[in-house]
Design a protein around this ligand. Sequence first.
Ligand SMILES: [Zn+2]
Length: 319
Amino acid sequence: MGQVRFGNVIVVPGHDGGRFPFCNSLLIDDGTRVIVDPGAGQEPLTRIREQAAIDVVFNTHFHFDHIIWNYLFDRSRVYLNDIEAGCYRDRGEIPLRLGMAEFYGEPWTGGWLERIARPDTPQSLYTPENRHEWWLSTARLGGTYRWGDVMDFGSTKMEIIGTPGHSAGFCCLYFPAEKVVYTGDIDITPFGPWYFGADGDIDLFIESARKIARLDADVYVTGHEAGIVGGEEFRRRLGMFLETIDRRDERILGALSEPRTYDDLCSMGLIYGRKFLVDDWLRAWDALAVKKHLQRLIARGAVTCRDGVFLLIHSPTDC
Ligand SMILES: [Zn+2]
């Protein structure tokens, strides 16, 4: 997919089909020139930087794959939402929000901050989370924005739609005149929604996804994989995307065909698959996701916990 233009809003397709850790970016080619979520790849973003000055780098949230090449635009103002802006003032907030502080504790997160400060840091097996770009691209904060703000770049107006759930400050971007929505990580991928960080929330994710589906839009641009999708198709695929949440519930219920401890459940790779548990990041996120689903299943009355053991409420062992 080459660059596609809607008015002054240009979709910059991410490398490798925008698969994580790349993402599809936007270039707003107006009086104020803006790059949204510079994760498309070093080569296309370097080319954009060389064509004309970029005034603003706009991050929809603080996650690595959406900010990775912020640092290339060293003369631009970097904007992040006011909820997560602390991540660029004190990087210690990043592992807190991602759940690493909760799962591993302070010595681990301190070690991580030291690792990403070094250009030659050893890499994780399945995630890019040790990469030095984390450090470079969180070094500057030029300004913050709030949900509901309308930014005016000349002839292009961009409305910031608060869509928490993926992360606490995450937003989607709505261009009402062009009838285009940039959906970021409400991305209709087969993997399904990601709300595994400490600041992620399943119910809010679902609510946010439904909110953007209701916008008066002809075109949805996803942050990963699908890219440019018509409104009707986006709404249809969004349904399947959200059903992944129910399938995760079902996998946990299946695993509880016999009572299990939380540690048992976390050793099964119920979210990512067992082979990925060798990676520190994926092991933590698998466990944090299992915890969020257990809370949901308990609230629904499907699961209970006795003496540290989780069991189905209607299982024979519960009689
Ligand atoms: Zn994200």
